[in-house]
Design a protein around this ligand. Sequence first.
Ligand SMILES: Cc1ncc(COP(=O)(O)O)c(C=O)c1O
Length: 423
Amino acid sequence: METFQYSFDCAQQLDKEDPLFSFRNEFLFPKKDSKDRIYFLGNSLGLQPKSTKHAIQKILNQWELEGVESFFSEEDPWLKYHDKLVGPLSKIVGALPQEISVMNQLTVNIHLMLVSFYRPVGKKNKILVESKAFPSDQYALYSYVRHLGLNPDEVIIEINPDKEGLPPTNDEVLKVIEKHKDELALIFLSGVNYYTGQLFDLKSIAEAANQIKAVVGYDLAHAAGNVPLSLHEWNVDFACWCSYKYLNAGPGAIGAVFVHEKHHHENLNRLEGWWGVKEEQRFLMKKEFIPSPDARSWQLGTSPMLLLASLNASLEIFEQAGWDQLLQKQQKMIAWTDFLLNSFDQDIFDRITPAQRGCQISLQFKQNGKEIYRKLFEGGFMIDWREPDVIRFAPVPMYNNFSEIWQFVQALKEIINELSLEH
Ligand SMILES: Cc1ncc(COP(=O)(O)O)c(C=O)c1O
């Protein structure tokens, strides 16, 4: 257990002891008056690695020099580029490399996974989702259920929809699974809730799903690159995520899916495209679909090389920093943030993020929230505001440090004092 002192000296000491401190130099920070802003929005759009430009430029150069032959060129052939990504990603999400397919965007992938994994049979036709899920997940689920000719109001069960806009606790999820055990075909939850930053106990939920023979799938948009995951070991059926948050691959970056290897040779319904054909057969242009023997069989069209390159640039930095080291630093940052936030008066804000969390913390303000947010932003802090009263921020171990957290807390204190004097 770490002991902290409430002082800037302590923050600086923690930075001195941080073996990952220099990794912030690998990233480009937005500026205010030519000074780096304090960027706490890795939960929304991670920062740009300095190496991204170079990685994209390399693809442009190959395209310029070799044209379409770049797919097969001797040095760094585009056809094999996908292989470079699955190794590092598999460490981050706890999968086998062949269980990962880098493709599309998250919402598209949710649809593709529903095609394969929502298999209603008789009265076992219900889908369990969390209340306060990200809207795109809800749109995907509701529209897909309607597409099948089913009524979403009859088929989709939202856990505790009336709970003041907050997601359910893990226990509530487990109770609802037990209650509907004979009817559930699919359990689809986020790993980390986007609004509160709550981390679900994905292992216990997967176990409960396995026991009642329901499929379990996770949206890991806010979990991948943020919290420890063991998707293979937990026997999760599928998962999908985007790469522009904690994975720093840029706006609209390419997403990825995990499909457990136990499903690779099953005769599942799947939307098919030529990029899902086994690599050796793909260019034979046969009518018959011969699937890749792994998660890549879910791929549809040609890999977008510029997007793969920007994800690769970021994953190389994850490899250098080491996933375990990043998680260790994250735990220390969480403890430091909690320690500093404990110094606030209880009636200013509620921490709506439970103890089980990753980098993100959400503060629900009892008054003046928007004004506080605006003043923090003007003061050089990049955090975000969620209506009606929540400030979210996420110090990430890759490029944030302990002194920045200290500065944030001091600025928050000053603004709160100022406002209580003014009003
Ligand atoms: C939890 C969650 N699901 C889905 C999405 C939508 O992702 P995309 O725009 O990449 O389809 C997001 C985007 O932020 C998200 O946070």
